[in-house]
Design a protein around this ligand. Sequence first.
Ligand SMILES: Cc1cc2nc3c(=O)[nH]c(=O)nc-3n(C[C@H](O)[C@H](O)[C@H](O)COP(=O)(O)OP(=O)(O)OC[C@H]3O[C@@H](n4cnc5c(N)ncnc54)[C@H](O)[C@@H]3O)c2cc1C
Length: 320
Amino acid sequence: MSVLIFIDQSEGHIKKSSFEALSYGAKIAEQLGTTAEGIVLGKVGDDLRSLGKYGVKKIHHAGAEEFNTLDAQAYTKVIADVAGASGATVVVFSNNVNGKAIAPRLSARLKAGLVSGAVALPDTTNGFVVRKGVFSGKAFANINVKTPVKIIALNPNSFQVKTGEGDAEVVAVNATSGDIRVKVTATNKVTGQVPLSEAELVISGGRGLKGPENWGMIEELARLLGAATACSRAVADAHWRPHHEHVGQTGGSIAPNLYFAVGISGAIQHLAGVNRSKVIVVINKDPEAPFFKAADYGIVGDAFEVMPKIIDAVKKLKGA
Ligand SMILES: Cc1cc2nc3c(=O)[nH]c(=O)nc-3n(C[C@H](O)[C@H](O)[C@H](O)COP(=O)(O)OP(=O)(O)OC[C@H]3O[C@@H](n4cnc5c(N)ncnc54)[C@H](O)[C@@H]3O)c2cc1C
């Protein structure tokens, strides 16, 4: 019996969301009186032994370079094999793009109950009950998972990263993607920008900005702060911004430390993708805009007057 945690990497570096998943999985292992182990696929530059400080005893590393490009089918096979060999009864993912691609496949392969979007530790006092957000974060459901193997995909920013002492033992896994039926032959990546799914800070614009020609101020503030840019669906649908920037129920779901929304009304479908942000700042000229109810800080004002002042203030602060 063990808890196996999938450790996500991008270009050889462990993603921040994995530190949360590791801390979460280690805590579950403690609850169950067992050990936590991690699994990493692909060639990595980071020191895997040091992940022991998050509470894992062992890291299984399938280091073949072909795994540096995500192929959900190939990943699923390797994770299933390692989960079987290590006797994992709980497998933990981060509920991000990669987790969403792999966890359901693993669930089908292992015939394991899956709770995606978990927001708290399981209650193991009577069964294995995992809490998750439902109805776009408006309510919670407590799911009792009864299968022998349980899979949890943890929502980012739902669990505090905990660190301690100690190194993990790194064990090489001799695996290749092998014979899979559908092969990923190319991936297109947006370069030169902070990736939205990983961003700590996000500056986002809505239809209140009137047109794509006014995105300069969103981009400038993002550049000054090292933030990613995002937008509402109305903006992407109007082709003012590319669709990969659209956040919400039908777009990306993000959980940055700061979400800065400019000229966005705050429709429930938009909030569904951003309401896990730690701090939300809203600029809207309508004091009745629904977004103000979800905001930590709100500025009632015209974006075309407020944004240049904020940009100037940030420049002064940075001495730029
Ligand atoms: C099934 C379904 C799924 C959907 N999925 C999504 C989704 O994933 N993501 C999403 O975003 N939407 C989604 N929508 C659309 C959503 O309901 C809203 O229509 C959309 O979010 C509105 O975008 P907006 O706030 O940019 O535009 P608007 O609703 O037009 O709001 C513009 C806001 O800007 C303010 N404003 C105007 N001028 C200024 C100014 N000069 N300065 C400051 N503020 C100003 C206005 O007061 C207003 O609040 C979905 C809808 C449906 C039905």
